[in-house]
Write a protein that binds this ligand. Structure first.
Ligand SMILES: CC(C)(COP(=O)(O)OP(=O)(O)OC[C@H]1O[C@@H](n2cnc3c(N)ncnc32)[C@H](O)[C@@H]1OP(=O)(O)O)[C@@H](O)C(=O)NCCC(=O)NCCS
Length: 182
């Protein structure tokens, strides 16, 4: 199976109608009826995406943001992963892991300290080198129904997971996301 999967990297501003046409149903299928039907992001457009293709069929996705965050008073460079998903009939074949491996590869030889994501369930990520951390977070709250700013959130988020891809050490001080929570 692995050799049949190809990962393409696409910058958001290069997404064409054909990709949108296939990506929107995939996101709706994977994230349920709450997913907006008229766009391909929940709260904010990402910077780029990894798209997994089985031959010419789009079967997996992760959106990526490049962000500066503030960890206990120090700037860290972060690759933030959003909406990791694989089409239901293609799951359990390693495609999710391939997408995570691709984000690892992307970070190599780049000035990125950590990969960060928020997950209800940790297994896929733990298996791929992520760990759950306990940081009080500060972030911009966005109402995804009407795309408006709701305010600033400030609390410990149990779903926060990180992977170190540089020299810096993570600590469990305050994490200011300097933006929305993906
Ligand atoms: C999570 C998901 C991307 C995994 O894709 P995948 O191609 O099946 O991943 P892999 O084959 O590399 O690994 C599968 C393992 O991931 C783990 N896993 C399953 N669902 C998961 C989930 N929702 N979150 C985290 N890990 C999950 C299981 O341990 C699974 O092992 P199993 O096949 O023995 O059951 C896919 O299940 C999915 O799209 N789920 C719906 C959307 C979603 O919940 N995304 C996560 C957002 S944080």
């Amino acid at each position: 199976m692995d050799k049949d999967i190809q990962i393409k990297t696409v910058f958001e501003f290069d997404l064409n109608e054909e990709i949108r046409h296939h990506l929107q149903p995939l996101l709706c299928e994977c994230f349920g009826e709450d997913y907006p039907e008229d766009r391909i992001y929940f709260k904010q457009m990402p910077h780029f995406r990894f798209l997994a293709y089985n031959h010419s069929r789009l079967v997996g996705h992760t959106a990526c943001d490049l962000r500066v965050m503030n960890l206990q008073g120090k700037a860290i460079n972060v690759l933030s992963l959003i909406d990791v998903c694989v089409s239901s009939e293609m799951r359990s074949q390693g495609i999710g892991s391939r997408l995570l491996l691709e984000s690892d590869k992307f970070c190599r030889n780049r000035d990125i300290d950590f990969i960060v994501l928020f997950a209800d369930q940790g297994d896929l990520y733990e298996r791929n080198g992520f760990k759950t951390v306990q940081n009080r977070c500060k972030w911009l709250k966005i109402n995804d129904r009407n795309l408006t700013t709701r305010g600033i959130g400030y609390e410990l988020i149990p779903e926060l997971m990180i992977k170190s891809v540089g020299e810096k050490e993570w600590n469990e001080g305050e994490l200011d996301l300097l933006g929305y929570l993906g």
